[in-house]
Design a protein around this ligand. Structure first.
Ligand code: SAM
Length: 245
């Protein structure tokens, strides 16, 4: 079972985000468990302060080390062993599927969500194993960012997805984007590509590979530059770039 703890000002945001669909079902099935550690519960003064003014000046507040220490100690006790400590921050390495696969190998992970201007650097230096960003933009807190990483890890757990093949045939699984999807809706009269209507297995397979290549070429050429294409895939892409079909 995957055990996940979340240290945050508002950990309930993470629980709510993950209570539905694949992640909610996986938790009911006992594939993963989680525990939130609300920083205000670990404040050491009567006013329940968790933040202080930045030593370097400037606007806002910074999360103090002491409540984070106490929350991490409680999280460790809950895990029963050392967990991987992941701090969510816009200055971390942008999340990619390869990183998600690495995280999904761990049994115990503690996510730390910042608020305000972020977290005291001394605490980060002493406790954090990985810093992860969900993209080049700034959220008001790390809770939703942590939920993004947890969701992406949980759905990779064996048994989490209704069809295990879903995680094999999807964007980034092999360095390409997914092919366009069409619903086999019985009452739908809008036309779909002829290759799909035809239903021949080999034709559909070729269509899937070629469409995934075309979509990646058009939308994410950076991925394609890194992908190892087979000769057949290279020929399909050349056919498209030369003829537009
Ligand atoms: N002062 C920080 C900066 O300029 O980089 C921004 C702090 S942000 C307002 C508060 C918290 O939200 C951060 O400590 C982090 O936990 C979370 N956060 C914001 N954007 C994020 C992102 N793109 N990825 C991951 N976490 C993010």
């Amino acid at each position: 079972m995957l055990s996940i703890s979340v240290i945050a000002a508002f950990p309930e945001l993470v629980e709510y985000a993950l209570d539905f669909g694949v992640t909610g079902r996986a938790r009911q099935q006992g594939l993963w468990r989680w525990q939130g550690f609300a920083l205000h519960d670990f404040a050491t003064d009567a006013r329940k302060s968790i933040d202080a003014r930045p030593a370097a000046g400037g606007p806002g507040m910074v999360l103090m080390p002491a409540p984070l220490d106490a929350a991490l100690a409680s999280a460790r006790a809950w895990h029963g062993e050392k967990s991987l400590v992941v701090f969510m921050s816009p200055d971390g390495a942008p999340l990619e599927q390869s990183r998600v696969r690495e995280f999904a190998q761990h049994q115990h992970i503690t996510f730390v969500a910042g608020r305000y201007e972020g977290i005291d650097q001394r605490w980060i230096d002493a406790n954090v194993d990985a810093i992860v960003s969900v993209g080049d933009y700034v959220l008001s807190g790390g809770e939703l960012a942590a939920a993004v990483v947890i969701d992406s890890c949980v759905r990779l757990m064996p048994g989490a997805l209704g069809d295990a093949e879903s995680a094999t045939f999807e964007s980034f699984a092999d360095g390409k984007l997914d092919w366009p999807q069409y619903a086999l809706a019985p009452t739908e009269s809008r036309q779909m590509p002829a290759e799909l209507a035809n239903g021949d297995h080999a034709t559909v397979n070729r269509w899937r590979v070629k469409q995934a290549l075309i979509r990646t070429w058009m939308r994410r050429p950076d991925l394609l530059a890194r992908a190892k294409l087979s000769l057949e895939e290279r020929a399909m892409l050349d056919e498209f770039t030369e003829t537009g079909i």
